[in-house]
Design a protein around this ligand. Structure first.
Ligand SMILES: [Zn+2]
Length: 462
């Protein structure tokens, strides 16, 4: 099957080029100024932009948090992703049962995603509680057999790793070209402050950000960067950086000359601020970790993107329903499931708040939402770029349209969006996954189970 997209502007992480794109059997076969292909199905993209399908390297579909699960499974969550121009996700696994080793969750996640996902997908492995010989043997085996070349560890929560194990993991990762992704928050600070909130009956949503201050993030970012450096520059990826204090630690490491690390932020930390917690009821919608910060943090993150100090923008999509699941925290924020929806809003928000407001260039936008995540997680150039040989994952954007984000028109199972009422300039016309139109005019046209599992290669950070 052949398709030709004519008259559009093809955007890459380095430039914008007026060009036609020919697709054959799901693969891009030609990109050039004028393609004559009378036998191909024609899509006219005049006055439109062609972006490589977005890659979201941080989602939590069907996440099991013990007392409940995230309300999007791999079907509903990937439909939402597709509607937002994302054609690949790399999902972060939940912790397994106590004592579980890495293979346990790999098998569990195939059972959740296979046959359900509507876009292409991979997983980050998860490390929990300890790091011993069996852990390392499984990591090596999973990387080889499953193409899972990144593993996540946490510096907080019950199943966190302590520093000695973290350091052992980093050394092992360095030896085997495995990328370690890390949730950076200082566990001691957070637990102390959460206990104090309990003792002092300060349990409304407003105390959630106070119990997880920016310095708790900065300390953990700094510690991880130094530990990676100490392990001979073990490859490291810091997820969901949220604060100015955290950005300062990243800049310090870059100034020291440290190279083998990448840093992610998320739309919520760029677009929203902690005033959302002022309303004790509505505030539950934005209970996530790290929490939303001040406007000064937001501006600093935008500046860091503009100056190429950060590497990716992912979502940390982890939705729970407001009417039911989030209400668990109404009398005590500590009981509220942590996380919010966002997989659908990322590209439109970045396009509107980033590109249209002149905070980012178009190539930068593409770099942060597509090309860099593909490179860093071993999917490039199959994903993350529109060029011959790559999968024909393409988003056709109409910069002339505008609309308002609302919980009613988004596709996931969450009953709200944190971005309610925000005006979006630019709209997605069409989304192609491997040459097939899966979204047109905000309507999902794909099929359950059509997403393919992706075996990934070695990270560009190794
Ligand atoms: Zn996460």
């Amino acid at each position: 099957m052949k398709t030709v997209i004519k008259n559009g502007t093809v955007v890459s992480d380095s430039d914008c080029l007026q060009a036609d794109v020919l697709i054959e059997d799901g693969i891009i076969s030609e990109v050039s100024s004028s393609i004559a292909a009378p036998d191909a199905e024609l899509i006219d993209a005049k006055d439109k932009l062609l972006l490589p399908g977005a890659v979201d390297a941080h989602t939590h579909m069907d996440l099991d948090v013990g007392f409940t699960r995230a309300c999007d499974d791999f079907f509903s969550g990937t439909v939402a992703a597709a509607a937002g121009g994302t054609t690949t996700i790399i999902d972060h696994m939940a912790f397994g049962p106590k004592g579980a080793y890495p293979w346990h969750q790999v098998k569990e996640y195939h059972s959740l995603a296979d046959g359900n996902a509507v876009i292409d997908y991979s997983f980050h492995g998860v490390l929990q509680e300890r790091a011993d010989d069996r852990t390392f043997a499984e990591i090596r085996e999973i990387a080889e057999k499953e193409g899972i070349t990144s593993f996540k560890l946490y510096l907080t929560y019950d199943m966190m790793l302590h520093d000695k194990d973290v350091f052992a993991v980093l050394n092992e990762a360095k030896r085997n070209n495995i990328l370690i992704t890390v949730h950076c928050e200082n566990d001691g600070i957070i637990n102390y402050l959460r206990d104090r909130c309990g003792e002092e009956h300060k349990l409304s949503a407003a105390f959630h950000p106070k119990s997880r201050p920016p310095d708790a993030e900065a300390e953990a970012v700094n510690r991880m960067l130094y530990m990676a450096e100490c392990a001979g520059e073990a490859p490291l990826y810091i997820v969901h950086l949220s604060s100015e204090a955290g950005v300062r630690e990243v800049i310090a490491a870059r100034k020291r000359g440290q190279k083998h690390f990448g840093v992610e932020t998320c739309p919520q930390y760029l677009v929203l601020n902690d005033s959302l917690y002022d309303d004790p009821c509505e505030g539950l919608k934005a209970i996530m970790s790290p929490p939303l910060r001040k406007d000064s943090d937001r501006f600093c993150l935008w500046e860091a993107l503009k100056n190429d100090i950060l590497d990716t923008v992912a979502t940390d999509h982890c939705p729970f329903t407001f009417k039911e699941q989030k209400q668990r925290g109404k009398d005590d924020f500590r009981l509220c499931p942590n996380g919010a929806p966002g997989v659908e809003e990322r590209l439109p928000l970045l396009f509107s708040e980033g590109y249209m407001k002149k905070r980012l260039s178009l190539p930068q936008l593409v770099k942060y939402v597509s090309t860099n995540p593909a490179r860093i997680f071993g999917l490039y150039p199959k994903k993350g770029v529109i060029r011959p040989g790559s999968d024909a994952d393409i988003v056709i954007m109409d910069p002339g349209k505008s609309y308002t984000l609302t919980g009613e028109t988004i596709h996931g199972n969450a009953d709200y969006t944190c971005y309610e009422g925000i005006g979006i300039k630019g709209a997605i016309d069409m989304v192609l996954l491997r040459g097939e139109v899966i979204v047109r005019d905000n309507k999902f046209l794909g099929k359950k189970g059509n997403g393919r599992y992706l075996k990934r290669g070695i990270s560009s950070l190794c």
